[in-house]
Design a protein around this ligand. Structure first.
Ligand code: C5P
Length: 294
């Protein structure tokens, strides 16, 4: 008898900091970043099946293809000889694609983690992270989620204590920006040091408040300069009362952190009137990625 289906949340992430340090010989960039999972999420339904077929139905037709990272994650477990059984996946997308929120990467990590659990594959966290790295730079982080320091091109993940609980407004300017295009637009003059990332890591390790003034993203000025829609959305958030607005990943999505729900709600309601696509969500602690929600 096959095991019962489960629902699994696949949380989005934001980059509290993103320091691009240098270009590597393999064409990728060396990063230091503090990543954080947030409560905006995709939802997967995972049904183990007899036989070895893996399928994935997605509620966004454009994302239903062999390239879908959730599907590729399940197939990677099979081609690596870890998984003999099959799975019928259903994926409800809520995280905007190509937004800098890691949606596809989180879906992949959730599938790896959930199939490991359902089929008792006994893969360690390190093995899951190594498999994830083959699917995309952000996937290893999502195996554990929570708050983590990311280094290398994304494959070195150092778990940090969960940061203080924060409310977040996530706002999406009305454009899509490809990660590769943003990294291509970088020049050596844009590279920075890891000082902000180190300061935020130290604050989180000490259990203190997140130093909002040290949140930074090397890619943000590059994107803001080229895509005026991002600057416009940022200005609307600031005009509505957000004191700190940063870009997540390679953008174009922006986030604003709050310690007070009423402050966050005021800003959220104000930008809603300006027809900005936005979500009011919050930070999510580690160990909840890929955990069955029911
Ligand atoms: O690894 P992933 O497919 O998510 O990366 C997408 C693109 O982003 C890469 O092809 C590369 O151009 C760029 N990238 C980079 N340095 C990183 C991560 C991504 O240059 N550390």
């Amino acid at each position: 008898m096959t095991a019962p289906a489960i629902f699994v949340p696949a949380w989005a992430k934001i980059n509290l900091t993103l320091s691009v340090l240098a270009k590597r010989e393999d064409g990728y960039h060396a990063l230091a970043s503090v990543m954080q999972t947030v409560s905006l999420c995709d939802t997967l339904r995972i049904q183990p099946t007899d036989g070895s077929a893996v399928t994935c139905a997605v509620d966004v037709p454009a994302l239903q293809s062999d390239e879908n990272l959730a599907l590729r994650a399940a197939r990677l477990l099979q081609t690596e000889g870890h998984l003999a059984g099959g799975a019928a996946l259903e994926l409800r997308k809520q995280i905007p694609a190509q937004g800098g929120l890691g949606g596809g990467s989180s879906d992949a990590a959730a599938v790896l983690t959930a199939l490991n659990q359902i089929y008792a594959l006994n893969l360690t966290q390190a093995q899951l992270e190594a498999l994830g790295a083959r699917l995309g730079s952000d996937v290893p982080f999502f195996i554990q989620g929570g708050t983590a320091l990311i280094e290398g091109r994304g494959e070195f993940v150092t778990q940090l204590p969960d940061c203080e609980p924060l409310w977040l407004i996530i706002a999406r300017p009305p454009i899509s920006v490809s990660t590769a295009a943003v990294f291509r637009a970088l020049t050596p003059a844009d590279y920075g040091d890891a000082n902000d990332t180190e300061a935020v890591v130290a604050a989180i390790r000490s259990g203190g408040p997140v130093p909002f003034e040290r949140l930074s993203n090397t890619l943000e000025p590059v994107v803001i300069q080229r895509w005026p829609e991002v600057a416009a959305t940022r200005d609307t958030l600031i005009g509505a009362g957000a004191s700190v607005v940063r870009m997540s990943g390679s953008g174009p999505t922006l986030f604003a952190p709050f310690r007070s729900l009423l402050d966050a709600t005021h800003v959220f309601n104000t930008i809603h009137l300006e027809h900005i696509e936005a979500w009011l969500c919050h930070t999510v602690g580690h160990g909840t990625v890929g955990t069955p929600s029911a």
